[in-house]
Design a protein around this ligand. Structure first.
Ligand code: UDP
Length: 465
């Protein structure tokens, strides 16, 4: 039988490209040919790399030279990507068809539901690759089903009020995605999610591949009506999953630059001693918050590796200079503009991750057995932080003051709790070890995620014949 062709389409942001690219690599292992499409500057960056055999890169238009950067008019950007993306992706698929390459399935990431509409119009099966926990998909499902008002108004009269949705842990207003409040700067993603659920309704057999695993979210994976969810995570390079493929060491799609000297620096530090700090690829801390972070880090005896991204990479160092205690920070720790995060989290010297709780960061940390200080900023990060603290008990979540700042003393409290000798810290570290083992179990050949992906692909193969 001729090898199948798949198209994987990713929204052009690091947190969506990374898991989608890992999925593409898994698909290659089945002998398929995979075209990986993303937009603009992310595509140009990736097109310069040397993809594994069978994988090729293609692009669709997002109408932007710069791509998704802080400060961009997000609403305009999203409107452009829907319109131009639909047109250009359609052209890409039609051109492939004319050249004799019919895609057996189009995989697409969160917030680009229009890909499913393009696929449908060309009678090609499509499936969503959900890059957040299943719990989040369920919350959206309930929101659009009949709980919209209840979720929006949660905590308005009583901040401690909690909502009990079937199959999910209790949720307070602090735990639901910030997208539900219209004044949130990312509220534009809500209409896109609405389109996604409309797509599910219109599909005879909607299937979603979720970057999670069965043992991590057994009940949330079963919640939503007619949709079948397949837990296929963790989608991280396989060299970090007990060396299934020792050469597969990077996501292969860094959209930011960094050097590698931090690994030598980590090599000099004792086991479990280093605090790693990163806020992902989009969030930017205010200067006031950075000063408090510095205060918190300097108050412990631990060395730290802190990623302070510079969004204009030519100006590396620009943001760092604004910190008042730079000299002291550089004596005790290391500040880098970007790093290979999974490599850092896998390093024996790393004992704690202060994270913005983006799902990739959270899941990578859990898979590497690194306990967390969850420091959510917006969106799904609040829910992820709640899961880390309450459900999986692999970390602690920071509290903000009345001005929305997490103070240095609070950061110190959380760090001491996670890396300190107390009973709570020990339990957190024990749990982190347990989840690391379970994540690897799920990912290995014959593990639940491997079986789920194979089961899904068998369905697709049967439909293609
Ligand atoms: N990342 C990285 N180096 C860094 C910071 C982040 O490689 O210095 C990667 C990280 O491993 C993760 C992704 O960027 O895969 C960030 O995704 P996440 O969902 O955590 O956050 P987002 O950037 O979407 O807010």
């Amino acid at each position: 039988m001729a090898p199948l062709n798949y198209l994987v389409v990713a929204f052009p942001a690091q947190g969506l490209i990374n898991p989608a690219l890992q999925l593409a690599k898994r698909l290659l292992h089945t002998g398929a040919h995979v075209t990986f499409a993303t937009a603009g500057s992310a595509y140009h960056r990736m097109a310069k790399s040397d993809p594994p055999e069978g994988l090729s890169f293609a692009s669709f238009s997002d109408g932007s030279e710069e791509g998704l950067r802080p400060g961009i008019d997000l609403e305009q950007y999203m409107a452009d990507i829907v319109r131009l993306g639909s047109e250009t992706l359609r052209d890409l698929v039609v051109t492939s068809l004319n050249e004799g390459c019919k895609f057996a399935c189009i995989f697409y990431t969160t917030i680009i539901p229009w890909v499913a509409q393009v696929a449908h119009s060309l009678q090609i099966p499509s499936t969503l690759v959900w890059v957040q926990p299943a719990t989040l998909l369920d919350i959206y499902y309930y929101y659009f089903d009949s709980y919209g008002d209840i979720i929006r108004n949660l905590g308005k009269d009583d901040p401690s009020a909690s909502l009990h949705l079937p199959g999910l842990p209790p949720l307070t207003s602090r735990d639901v995605p910030s997208f539900f409040t219209p004044e949130n700067q990312y509220a534009f993603s809500l209409p896109l999610m609405r389109v996604q659920f409309k797509v599910f309704k219109e599909d005879k057999n909607p299937r979603v591949l979720v970057n999670t695993f069965d043992a991590l979210e057994p009940r949330p994976l079963k919640v939503i009506g007619n949709v079948t969810m397949f837990g296929i995570g963790p989608l991280i390079p396989s060299a970090f999953l007990d060396g299934q493929d020792p050469l597969d060491k990077s996501f292969g799609a860094d959209l930011f630059r960094g050097s590698k000297d931090y690994i030598q620096w980590l090599d000099t530090k004792p086991e479990g001693s280093v605090i790693y700090v990163s806020f992902g690829s989009i969030s930017v801390l205010s200067n006031a918050q950075k000063e408090e972070m510095a205060r918190g880090l300097l108050s412990t005896s631990h060395p730290f590796l802190w990623v302070i991204r510079n969004d204009k990479e030519e100006e590396v160092g620009g943001q760092e200079d604004q910190l008042s205690c730079m000299e002291e920070l550089e004596q005790k720790g290391m500040i880098v503009p970007w790093c290979s995060q999974v490599e850092v989290l896998s390093h024996a010297s790393v004992g704690c991750f202060v994270t913005h709780s983006g799902w990739n960061s959270t899941f990578e940390s859990l898979t590497c057995g690194v306990p967390m200080v969850a420091f959510p900023q917006w969106g799904d990060q609040q829910t992820n932080a709640m899961l880390v603290e309450n459900e999986w008990k692999v970390g602690v979540r920071v509290n903000t003051n009345e001005r929305g700042i997490v103070e240095g003393d609070e950061i110190k409290r959380c760090l001491e709790l996670v890396v300190g000798d107390g009973e709570e810290g020990e339990e957190i570290r024990r749990n982190a070890k347990k989840w690391k083992g379970l994540a690897r179990e799920a990912a290995k050949e014959g593990g639940s995620s491997d079986r789920n992906l194979n089961a899904f692909l068998e369905e697709i193969q049967m439909e293609a014949n």
